[in-house]
Design a protein. Structure first.
Length: 68
């Protein structure tokens, strides 16, 4: 079995287990809004925002260094 395939299968299994264990509904309140979503969707959304902010910061930092 290919090593990359084995690692990918392990990651998929871990993600499935994580999803199954975090299905309960949580309520998010922000200012006047109240939203009920599953915990796994909230974690995925926050993770995606964090990765995006990190990526944009990295690009901005590299661009700034290349100007000098």
């Amino acid at each position: 079995m290919n090593t990359k395939l084995a690692v990918a299968l392990c990651l998929v299994l871990l993600i499935i287990l994580f999803t199954i264990q975090n299905t309960e509904i949580v309520t998010i309140q922000f200012l006047f809004w109240k939203l009920s979503v599953s915990r796994v969707l909230m974690i995925f959304f926050v993770f995606t925002i964090g990765v995006t902010v990190g990526w944009i910061t990295s690009i901005w930092s590299r661009h700034r260094r290349s100007k000098h």
